[in-house]
Design a binder for this molecule. Structure first.
Ligand code: URA
Length: 284
């Protein structure tokens, strides 16, 4: 029986895990670096003593990795842009996200998780990515952090049945809840931007660092961004959108002592909505 060279077997394994949706960027970089450092010695003028060995292991051909890696992502981003631009309502955008196959996470997810709430809501809330419960139910923020978010919103008269639309910056659950890769995030971004454009919220609330950095295209941490009145601008959007950053409810579940900051964020949102004349429900 023929056996694969170790490098080929390793390469096949890396490809297998990547296809399964696992972030292999780091492992592939280590593999490529080892391959590159192994090859100059072999290609030196004097033939390697191994060259005479009958079972010589061939030095791996260095891969033009960065380009090869960026190409599919570029294609995915272009496809996403075209699909997003073609949607003229939130319902059409949902259908466009559903049929998009350019994000590798879709292969391992059970459901596409797009949005929940009222399409014409004055408040749009964006989180990061679906977790296990969201993946099972196909709705954003339905697990423990979601229940916490609902309670926080109720405290200022907001809810999914009357005045809020909730979505994420990633539409498929990353395996094991790992962080999404840059490529995965970029492939979903055209839909996220189109959602903001189509819903034109009176207030955009970004929960947590990932959503804040992705949407605002800033490297600042959430502690720097929260508690401030921000403006979201995008080419194509006529007027800037009022935006603010809040601590993510999952973070608050891990760090309950930070709830006082979350409360301050909610008070800021409430005051701003009041100023903007946004109708809210009765609340305690
Ligand atoms: N966390 C998020 O950011 N989004 C969800 O939908 C659920 C948990």
């Amino acid at each position: 029986m023929e056996t694969a060279a170790p490098q080929d077997a390793a390469r096949a394994l890396l490809a297998f895990w990547r296809a399964a949706g696992v972030d292999m960027d780091e492992a592939e970089a280590v593999f490529a670096a080892k391959a590159a450092s192994a090859s100059p010695a072999r290609s030196a003028a004097a033939p390697s003593p191994l060259a005479r060995e009958p079972f010589q292991i061939q030095p791996p051909t260095p891969k033009p990795k960065p380009k090869a890696k960026l190409q599919p992502a570029d294609d995915a981003v272009n496809t996403a842009r075209a699909l997003a631009a073609g949607a003229s309502s939130i319902a059409e955008l949902r259908a466009a996200v559903d049929k998009f196959n350019g994000c590798a996470l879709k292969a391992t997810a059970r459901n596409t998780v797009f949005a929940d709430g009222i399409d014409a809501a004055p408040v749009l809330i964006l989180g990061e990515a679906p977790g296990k419960d969201e993946d099972e139910q196909g709705k954003p923020f339905v697990g423990r952090p979601g229940q916490m978010l609902d309670k926080m919103l109720a405290a200022i008269g907001l809810d999914r049945q009357s005045n809020v639309l909730i979505s994420n910056t990633i539409y498929w659950r990353p395996p094991g809840n790992r962080d999404p890769t840059d490529g995965e995030t970029l492939s979903c971004l055209p839909f996220v931007e189109r959602l903001i454009e189509l819903s034109r919220p009176k207030l955009l609330i970004l929960t947590g660092k990932a959503a804040a950095q992705t949407v605002l295209k800033r490297d600042d941490g959430v502690m720097k961004l929260r508690g401030r009145k921000l403006q979201y601008t995008l080419e194509g959007i006529k007027a800037p959108v009022n935006a603010m950053v809040m601590l993510h409810p999952a973070y608050l579940l891990r760090q309950p002592q930070q709830k006082r900051l979350a409360w301050a964020d909610l008070l800021l949102a409430e005051a701003w909505l009041e100023e903007l004349g946004v109708a809210r429900g009765a609340h305690p």
